[in-house]
Design a protein around this ligand. Structure first.
Ligand SMILES: [Zn+2]
Ligand SMILES: [Zn+2]
Length: 362
């Protein structure tokens, strides 16, 4: 098997910083695709690994899961993409379990292992020196190259910049998919979106596309609430200064039909259920399941990746983008790959809604 030298930002200590190092990567295997990365978004989950979840005893990590780039080499069994194709990388799924075979890869039985296991399905790792762990979300995109598979690659048009498209693979798909797929919010329904970071703002834009209203954005960062208003929120609430429940009642006269909770805040966790109208649905995007025993037909769902099938949903989002309906590029701020630690610091402080690293020239 081929081995290539790559550059990758490696995490060796909780809290960072990440250090760009030269590593070796073997592959692609028959079912793998070697992608030269042009850009990668930075998502909240990357920062959670750096700040909270990193365990030095399990070995250094290469993070990053919003990659975009150009196919450089394909394994013998790969059919859907070929050398030179432009691709956006998304989450990984197995393709063989029952949910995968019935077109629901976000419910894949091996989702946790394939995305957070930092190894291939057979337990091996393509990176050397051994001990450094990649394959995060089937990509580890804070690097010059990724090994992906057909299942987490989405072919995209060559006439759009890859650095713009990169964040579609996780955060934007999750926010928009929650509204359009998981909740299937109908026109005229009221919705409150807790947290107007990249995920929440994607939900705001999707809510506008489907014709929902009122669309209420809730956050503590003034600048993000202002963007929410520009992107489709009809009302915004600063939950540090205002009583969210009272304001929602004032706006709708009752509660809302849908809530989307993307903050992880304890108070908003409960409020996402309490603010619902009878038969309303609360969508939790932070990995928690919502409060149990809700009355009057109210429901709480824990949602992964907006129940999106990346190969069909990302092209749909690109079509909305081209029509000016999903202007997600307004959230992006670009950094050179070498500035990765600054980009992460800006995201932590809320100075950058969606930092994107420019890794190489298209
Ligand atoms: Zn993510
Ligand atoms: Zn599966």
């Amino acid at each position: 098997m081929d081995v290539q030298k790559i550059r990758a930002a490696v995490l060796r200590r909780r809290g960072g910083p990440l250090k760009i190092e030269t590593l070796e990567m073997e592959g692609p295997r028959d079912d793998e695709v070697l992608v030269r990365l042009v850009a990668s978004g930075i998502c909240h989950t990357d920062i959670s690994y750096i700040d909270q979840w990193y365990d030095a005893s399990e070995g250094p990590l290469v993070l990053g899961h919003e990659g975009a780039g150009i196919v450089e080499k394909v394994g013998k069994k790969v059919k859907r993409v070929r050398r030179g194709d432009h691709v956006v990388l998304s989450y990984q799924s197995c393709g063989r379990c029952r949910p995968c075979r019935s077109g629901r890869p976000a419910d894949c039985r091996y989702l946790y292992d394939l995305n957070f296991g930092f190894k291939r399905p057979d337990g091996s790792n393509a990176l050397r020196p051994s001990g450094v762990r990649g394959h995060f979300f089937g990509q580890s995109s804070f690097a010059s190259h990724s090994l992906a598979t057909e299942r987490n690659l989405v072919k995209v048009p060559k006439n759009l910049p890859l650095e713009t498209l990169a964040p579609l693979g996780c955060g934007l798909q999750t926010g928009a998919g929650t509204v359009m797929n998981s909740l299937a919010v109908p026109a005229g329904a009221s919705i409150a979106i807790f947290g107007t970071g990249a995920v929440g703002l994607a939900a705001v834009m999707a809510a506008r596309i489907v014709g929902a209203g009122p669309i209420i954005g809730v956050d503590i960062v003034r600048s993000r609430l202002e963007i929410a208003l520009e992107l489709g929120a009809t009302h915004v609430i600063d939950n540090r200064r205002e009583d969210v429940a009272a304001r929602i009642r004032e706006i709708t006269g009752s509660g809302v039909d849908y809530t989307v909770e993307s903050t992880g805040d304890d108070k908003l966790y409960q409020l996402a259920a309490d603010a619902l109208n009878p038969k309303g649905t609360a969508a939790y995007l932070t990995g928690v399941s919502g409060p149990g025993s809700l009355s009057q037909g109210r429901k709480a769902l824990s949602i992964i990746q907006g129940d999106a099938v990346p190969q069909s949903f990302i092209p749909r989002l690109i079509a909305f983008y081209r029509k000016g309906l999903f202007p997600f590029d307004r959230l992006e701020k670009f950094y050179d790959f070498r500035q990765i630690n600054r980009a992460i610091a800006d995201a932590r402080r809320g100075h950058s809604v969606k930092p994107v690293l420019k890794i190489s020239k298209a």
